[in-house]
Design a binder for this molecule. Structure first.
Ligand SMILES: [Fe+2]
Ligand SMILES: [Zn+2]
Length: 400
């Protein structure tokens, strides 16, 4: 049975309504919030769903003239001193209730995460490429796995270039970077990124030198090398939590001191084989462990490849920072926290670039022209979480 409005009381001291619903629950709504969120045609544009009333005209001390329960308890009608009337559907007010524990589905980015170590090797969330392309539910489940575990493998993808562009379009679109939308990761004699060699790569996140570094990375194996070329992944959030327990002072300094990152280069003509980028010079300054305002981990900013030599912090804190940083790296590289995966042709490793660190073992370049070929691209979290909400809404869930 639909919840309706049973009674309504004013509390002039706190300038709030106390609304009792038919299920006996009580919700409180400040007067000024109700005035700010009037749904009438003057205050709210239903086509764009934008608020159009002007906050500059809003009186934070406003007190309504009167209120009325209408439409068999389904509507709350409020008259305001400026001869303005607001009508609120009770079902809408229920969705808007003020609460610290508001439903989290509207914010998948802040869903609880399942942190993992080496045991992930036997529980990797795995999806089939065609299922993601054809089923909204599978697309949702894959993105949910990315939110929860920050890692998954997609199997049976085509072994052609630009497969991940198609996958990106299925979500929304791939992120454009200075490497283009998709970069072909092959070994070159001359290079501006170590990624484009057959050398090993230490654990790192991509592009922390950007203010807004990429969210999800997609690494598509077009062709694997016979020897080497394994990928390594570590859940740095898991390592950070372990460090917080064992050395809280290390954790703290890694969340506080800002580290400089830089990447700059002038592309050479032959770079156009793998990517198509212009002269660039990126710089950013971020803590290794970045926190949300509520203190939870938001993102890692970790790459020794692009960490700048200049480090603009109080000089007497530098050694403690190195102790903390090397301890975190020891955890990240420990066999109990890291997994190693050798992708096959047609497999796509998907990982949260703001949570995991990834690396690679060196590989052998084949003489017969059949060398390792990966392609990589990114989907930002905004696009991924938008797709999740749209799927839920299409399945009938009310957008809040
Ligand atoms: Fe990378
Ligand atoms: Zn209005």
């Amino acid at each position: 049975m639909a919840i309706v409005l049973a009674s309504i009381d004013r509390n002039e001291t706190s300038r709030m309504y106390h609304i009792t619903l038919s299920d006996k629950s009580v919700l409180r709504f400040p007067y000024v919030w109700l005035r700010d969120n009037c749904r009438c045609a003057d205050c709210f544009d239903p086509s764009s769903r934008y608020r159009t009333c002007r906050v500059i005209k809003l009186d934070a001390d406003i007190i309504p003239v009167s209120e009325e329960i209408a439409n068999d308890g389904k509507t709350l009608q409020i008259k305001w001193p400026e001869l303005h009337t607001s009508c609120f559907p009770v079902s809408w007010l229920v969705q808007m209730k003020f609460s610290e524990s508001a439903p989290e589905w509207i914010d998948p980015f802040r869903y609880p995460k399942h942190l993992w170590g080496a045991e992930m090797k036997d529980m990797i969330p795995t999806f089939q490429y065609d299922d993601i392309l054809n089923s909204d539910q599978t697309l949702y489940d894959w993105l949910q796995a990315m939110v929860t575990y920050g890692f998954s493998i997609i199997k049976k993808a085509p072994t052609e270039c630009n497969t991940i562009d198609k996958l990106g379009n299925r979500v929304f679109f791939l992120k454009q970077t200075h490497y283009g939308k998709v970069s072909q990761v092959i070994s070159q004699a001359d290079y501006t990124s170590l990624g484009f060699t057959n050398k090993s790569l230490v654990l790192h996140a991509d592009m922390p030198y950007m203010e807004h570094s990429p969210g999800i990375e997609l690494l598509h194996c077009v062709q694997q090398s016979a020897i080497g070329g394994d990928n390594q992944f570590t859940d740095v959030f898991n390592c950070a939590e372990k460090l917080k327990q064992s050395h809280p002072e290390y954790y703290k300094i890694l969340t506080m001191l800002l580290v400089d990152f830089t990447d700059w280069g002038v592309p050479k003509d032959k770079d156009k084989v793998t990517h198509n980028y212009d002269d660039h010079h990126f710089r950013s300054r971020k803590p290794t462990l970045e926190l949300l305002p509520d203190g939870r981990l938001k993102a890692i900013n970790h790459s020794d490849l692009t960490r700048a030599p200049y480090f603009r912090v109080p000089v007497d804190q530098v050694q403690l920072w190195y102790k903390a940083y090397t301890s975190l790296n020891a955890l990240m590289n420990s066999p109990e926290n890291m997994i190693q995966v050798k992708l096959d042709s047609g497999e796509i490793a998907c990982f949260d670039n703001q949570r995991l660190a990834h690396g690679r073992t060196a590989y052998k370049i084949a003489e017969a022209g059949k060398s390792r070929h990966m392609e990589s691209g990114y989907i930002d979290w905004d696009q991924a979480t938008s797709r999740m909400r749209v799927i839920r809404e299409r399945q009938g869930e009310d957008p809040v």
